[in-house]
Design a binder for this molecule. Structure first.
Ligand code: GTP
Ligand code: MG
Length: 305
């Protein structure tokens, strides 16, 4: 008997902040991408590989489908569109606690639907109504399912809680149905196809998103500029730079007596140490780079293209 293998791409899309990255992390079973309470956290396509026996699912987390005038915003949108161009199925995620689709959901759907027109055959689409944990009485979800189903044509609808890991099994089983026969694209090891430096800079950015408010985190980006053994070779020296658009943002990020930068650094270092399983010296700097969001070479340097 020959045993066939299966492998396919499941794109996870929707308007910003609905819990796409939280969902991918839960489905994959580890932190693949950063999450935050602020919209437009994810800035590029991120692959999360889950291998179970002879089946491999590659989840593609994407930036929220939204319109933006900046080069960064347009680059982010292209990342999401590319994920849609070759996926085997799509999960369109919405926030159930919104009760009904809002303007942003409709824009996201419109972008999604127009992207589908470029494909010879549209893939199956599941509607995922996330944040269902916000409803104690699950009966309340029935009219909400009906409201969101008007957005488009879906194969099926799944109310879930990505955060609490609730009701994901029916969704997982449904995803398996559309994973085609194919060799696996990634080795079945736990390793992510994401570069270490990128993962570290994302952790730094996540801490900024949690600790700093208003427009500052949206205008911030992080890069790992140096990584080498420390004075004690058991340790790792990492030099990270946080780029901001304005001098005033730098002031906020550094904080009084450098306290904010220290907080960001401590939180980031702890998580990096947990990931790399060794002591880390994280040397963080803040640099003003006006209009970095409009500069192609900066977007490339930051890995967003
Ligand atoms: N209550 C609740 N909150 C959730 C759930 N899933 C995600 N969240 C929260 O929603 C916020 C956004 O989550 P993300 O996973 O970053 O959302 P996203 O869709 O990836 O956002 P962008 O990358 O900005 O488009 C975070 O504060 C999450 O903790 C859920 O199932 N229930
Ligand atoms: Mg995200």
């Amino acid at each position: 008997m020959t045993s066939s293998t299966k492998c396919g791409f499941a794109a996870v899309v929707g308007k910003p902040n609905v819990g796409k990255s939280t969902l991918v992390n839960q489905l994959v079973g580890r932190k693949v991408g950063i999450t935050s309470p602020k919209p437009q956290t994810t800035r590029k396509r991120i692959l999360g590989v889950k291998t179970k026996g002879n089946i491999q699912i590659i989840f593609v987390d994407t930036p929220g489908l939204t319109l933006s005038r900046t080069l960064l915003g347009r680059t982010m949108l292209n990342q999401s569109k590319e994920a849609l161009s070759d996926c085997d199925l799509a999960l369109f995620v919405a926030d159930a606690s919104g009760f009904a689709p809002d303007r942003e959901d409709r824009i996201a759907w419109r972008i999604f639907a127009s992207e589908m027109k470029f494909r010879a055959a549209a893939p199956p689409i599941y509607l995922v109504l996330n944040k269902a944990d916000k409803f104690k009485d699950k009966k309340e979800l029935l009219p909400i399912i009906k409201n969101f189903s008007t957005l488009g044509t879906f194969q099926d609808v799944f109310p879930v809680s990505a955060l609490k890991g609730e009701n994901l099994e029916p969704l997982e089983n449904a995803i398996l149905k559309y994973i085609p026969e194919s060799p696996h694209y990634f080795p079945s090891s736990e390793q992510e196809p994401q570069e270490e430096r990128v993962r570290i800079s994302e952790i730094i950015r996540e801490k900024i998103l949690f600790l700093v408010h208003q427009e500052v985190p949206h205008g911030a980006a992080a890069a790992v500029e140096e990584m080498r053994p420390g004075k004690n070779p058991e340790t790792l020296y990492i030099k990270g730079t946080i780029f901001v658009q304005k001098e005033s943002h730098k002031g906020i990020l550094v904080g009084k007596d450098g306290k904010m930068l220290k907080k960001i650094g401590t939180l980031a270092r702890k998580e990096i140490e947990f990931e790399l399983k060794k002591p880390v010296y994280l040397d963080l700097w803040v640099k003003v780079k006006a209009e970095w969001q409009e500069r192609e070479e900066m977007l490339r340097y930051l890995g967003y293209v």
